[in-house]
Design a protein around this ligand. Structure first.
Ligand code: NAI
Ligand code: MG
Length: 510
């Protein structure tokens, strides 16, 4: 499969300016956070370290915001919402500011790609063609929506008011102050997915980046100011999940919380929000089935299945981590995906030939190693991989597991590493049942040449996204989100605007 997400070595351009800008921006001085248009330290003066996952060395210190900083940021966002110019400016001016942010991001693409690769570990070649361009595109898409958010008019027939005439219409209003908590797997892109619709609808924001990867969001904060987005509209508080994140989710001064991350923390967010019934949207885990049918084109299905799991080192909520293959092709597909795994060049993200970098953190390395151990203990067998790669940094070998059984942890739970379970099937109905049987429902894919079967399966699979003869295709116009425990609501597309607006019905007697 040729997706736009596979790095093209031909396209590598090294940009000296970007590189030096990165080293300047990650100097030994602790990075401050953005509250009310000012770069500030945490009230406590505390900092935390962000690490280079390729070496385990500290990149720099970052302000460790907690409850007090969240409180300051929420107050700033509230003031900017209630009395600042943001909500009152014309939709066209708001759209223009978001478009300018996209232009600035594009101007600094190389720097952002390097920052993302350094902090998260992903290959620079991938950040350049996927993470940053997708974020730019998302802001442009949402800039266009700013002028197209509107209500409707309704002819009404009130039975107890005979003869009366009414003019009735709806208004779409910004939901207010929004708390946004994002993960580390696509740090800049997740910030864009969250900020884009919030800004387009006229909301104000307190954004908390993941503690593993705060750097690109902080640099984005500089561009947000440069784009002329008024002070207090976007506040960025860096800090740990249990302190800053929990304080944000529970804060009575916000109207809505939007979260991307683990299903476990998603449930904590719901509980925290229950107190004052603030609105909640969630984009959570997945265990996505990728199904290769008897009539599939194996030339595309095999590389497609490999990229479905190995892209971003398997650290994707929609990773194709359950590979169901028709019995007839099982050996061929398993050996093809294993051969692809063997060929993947593992290395630090900044090296031009790296195809897979380290996992994001020591914690994630240990989590994935724990799953590999549990798989072995329960009888699964790695055809390829199965262990750590190297002794330094958080590298894991791309792994294909066979001999799995439905109840095993590696089959049921999200591993969030480059580990796929390959499972043979014969009956198409049974495989759909198996694919629909887990707790998640984020994504699914089918590989088949039969167009009727493709559409039938697309309707039968209980997942927020179904890919047919492709995988990991994202676009700002396509809604993304999960059924069941994979989440609440949809990001991107027009659907995302629903999460950031309230609908008001107005009824005027004429
Ligand atoms: P996590 O859910 O703990 O972290 C995601 C975000 O939530 C971070 O910004 C973190 O600071 C924040 N957070 C953590 N605890 C919080 C709390 N009590 N209240 C409010 N915010 C909180 O995810 P973690 O621990 O980094 O990874 C664990 C697993 O979660 C991964 O192995 C993977 O399975 C899943 N995950 C899923 C992601 C997705 O895209 N759906 C992204 C990252 C992780
Ligand atoms: Mg956690």
């Amino acid at each position: 499969m040729k997706t736009k997400l596979s790095p093209s070595r031909k396209k590598i351009r090294t940009n000296g300016n970007g590189a030096s800008r990165v080293s300047r921006s990650v100097s030994s001085k602790a990075r401050r956070m953005l509250i009310d248009g000012e770069w500030v330290d945490a009230v406590s003066g505390e900092t935390f370290a962000t690490y280079d996952p390729a070496t385990g060395e500290i990149i720099c210190q970052v302000a460790a915001g907690d409850k007090k900083d969240i409180d300051r940021a929420v107050k700033a966002a509230r003031a900017a919402f209630e009395s600042g110019p943001w909500r009152k400016m014309t939709p066209s001016d708001r759209g223009r500011a978001i478009w300018k942010l996209a232009d600035l991001l594009e101007k600094n693409l190389e720097e952002f790609a390097r920052l993302e690769s350094l902090d998260n570990g992903k290959p620079l070649t991938v950040a350049r063609v996927a993470d940053v361009p997708l974020a730019i595109d998302l802001f442009r898409y949402m800039a266009g929506w700013a002028t197209k958010i509107h209500g409707s008019t309704f002819p009404i027939s009130v039975p107890y008011a005979p003869g009366a005439r009414f003019h009735s219409y709806t208004l779409r209003e910004p939901i207010g102050v929004v708390g946004q908590i994002i993960p580390w797997n696509f740090p800049l892109l997740m910030a864009a997915w969250k900020l884009g619709p919030a800004l387009a609808t006229g909301c104000t924001v307190v954004l908390k980046p993941a503690e593993q990867t705060p750097l690109s969001a902080l640099r984005l904060g500089e561009l947000i100011r440069e784009a002329g987005i008024p002070d207090g509209v976007v506040n960025i508080v860096t800090g740990l999940g249990e302190t800053a994140g929990a304080a944000l989710a529970a804060h009575p001064g916000i109207d809505k919380v939007a979260f991307t991350g683990s299903t476990e923390v998603g449930k904590l967010i719901v509980n925290a929000a229950a107190n004052d019934l603030k609105k909640v949207s969630l984009e959570l885990g997945g265990k996505s089935p990728n199904i290769v049918f008897e009539d599939a084109d194996l030339e595309t299905a095999i590389p497609g299945a490999a990229s479905a799991i190995f892209f971003n080192h398997g650290q994707c909520c929609c990773a194709g981590s359950l590979l169901y293959v028709h019995k007839k092709h099982f050996d061929k597909v398993v050996s093809g995906v294993s051969a692809a795994a063997n060929k993947i060049k593992i290395g630090p993200g900044h090296q031009p030939d790296t195809e897979m970098g380290p996992l994001v953190s020591e914690e994630q390395l240990n989590r994935v190693m724990g799953y590999l151990q549990s798989g072995r203990n329960e009888g699964a067998r790695p055809v390829v991989g199965g262990g750590r790669a190297g002794k330094r940094g958080y590298f894991v070998q791309p792994t294909v597991l066979v001999n799995t059984k439905p109840g095993m942890k590696v089959v049921k739970e999200e591993i969030f590493g480059p580990v796929v379970c390959a499972v043979p099937f014969t009956d198409p109905m049974e495989v759909v049942q198996a694919a629909n049987s887990g707790i998640y429902g984020l994504a699914a894919a089918v590989w088949t040449r039969d167009v009727s079967k493709a559409h039938r399966l697309a309707s039968e699979l209980r997942a927020g996204t179904v890919w047919v003869n492709c995988y990991n295709i994202f676009d700002a116009a396509l809604p993304f989100g999960g059924y069941r425990q994979s989440g609440w609501g949809r990001e991107m597309g027009a659907e995302a605007l629903e999460l950031y607006t309230e609908t008001k019905a107005v009824c005027v007697q004429l």
